[in-house]
Design a protein around this ligand. Sequence first.
Ligand code: P70
Length: 459
Amino acid sequence: MKPKTIIEPFKIKSVEPIRFTTREEREVLLKEAGYNPFLLPADDVLIDLLTDSGTSAMSAKQWAGIMEGDESYAGSKSFYRFEAVIKSITNLKYIIPTHQGRAAEKILFSIVGGPGKYFPNNTHFDTTRANVEFSGAEAVDLLNEIGKHPEIRADFKGNMDVEKLETFIKEKGVENIPLCMITVTNNSGGGQPVSMQNIKDVKAVCNKYGIPLFLDACRFAENAYFIKMREKGYENKTPLEIAQEMFSYADGVTMSAKKDALVNIGGFLAMNDDELAMKCRNLLIVTEGFPTYGGLAGRDLEAVAQGLLEIVDEHYLQYRIRSVEYLGERLVAAGVPIIEPPGGHAIYIDAKRFLPNIPADQYPGQSIVCELYLEGGVRAVEIGSVMFGKKDKNGKLIPSMMELVRMAIPRRVYTQSHIDYLIEVIIEVYKNRDRLKGYQFTYEAPMLRHFTARFKPII
Ligand code: P70
């Protein structure tokens, strides 16, 4: 038989209880947290969808790797395994471990960034943008038009606008663009995939002008599976083969292993350029550690290596992509506006359509995030003007392109009944949407303000 039900391709060996609270308790807790779920103790959260980053359940083999980790300061056995596995997927020459993705970004942009430089990307994620800007350079998003329309269904809404890229290069000058980046999948734009054709086309433009192409590869395996499902010519290839082809167009990679390497901490930077690699390693020694551990323990390197072997398993990817799609389908059927089609790691509620009466400067996404917690103990995150809003010279908000609420699904952590409960909570919040209020800031930090901001409801 060809089964219709896609099951979790694992059984559960170790469990962690989750704690139930009442709505009254959550009202107090949320107020204490300044209406910012980042500031809630995790123990007060029932279903935690704040992020899919560092929240994966590790496999028995990964835990075994933790025991096998070689903690030698230099030349650890675990480093060589880490390096070999990453090379087998990316075929890049230099593999530099870092403690997480943003550390790889910090090192890279400290070296290639600086005032007067520009970095095109399909869409920078917040830490990437922050690291580019911190160096004094400018981060520019060149997403394809279709990716900016949450309600339009298309296969590869993460694609970069290749024409815009070429115009941009001509306008700013090749000498001011040290590298071009593609984020797979496009996290800020809904976890939407990038097609192989688009990666090839971007690479062709980069080649024409001699600009290196880097991939922000946090969710490369999910992207590879979408290519298998949706792009002609890839249906019979394995996710690993597709990933290898994706990386074959890249001159370098930054990666947060906390996503598609199924670990709780880790990352790396990889590249082919000898001189750049030498500079990165030198800076790594100052900020992260010796080049064979880069801020990680030997055991972490083992867990990453094993996780990268598991992530490209076709049964896993089928279950992963289908479980996010299932959540999306049920919400669409109930009329809840989300980014369509569902992305790989998360469902994004379109807060503009969910709460059309709350303007951007009253943060409709934050309002939904608060209500999800109050209604069902669910923690989600705003990806809109709280996270990406800028200010004009009079301090007035320049809103983000989209107002979204992201519910990121940790890998191998929740079962279908958790997801069914979540669906009930979201639908209930949607039914009561007329009662939701806007929010205003009472505290904000100068950079990456969403992590520590405090709010109050506008009454
Ligand atoms: C997320 C986390 C991290 C990330 C990413 C891309 C495409 C680089 C990084 C940095 C961050 C986050 C956001 C909201 C709540 C909690 C955490 N994304 N590039 O969940 O990697 O975190 O290892 O430094 O998505 O999407 P790292």
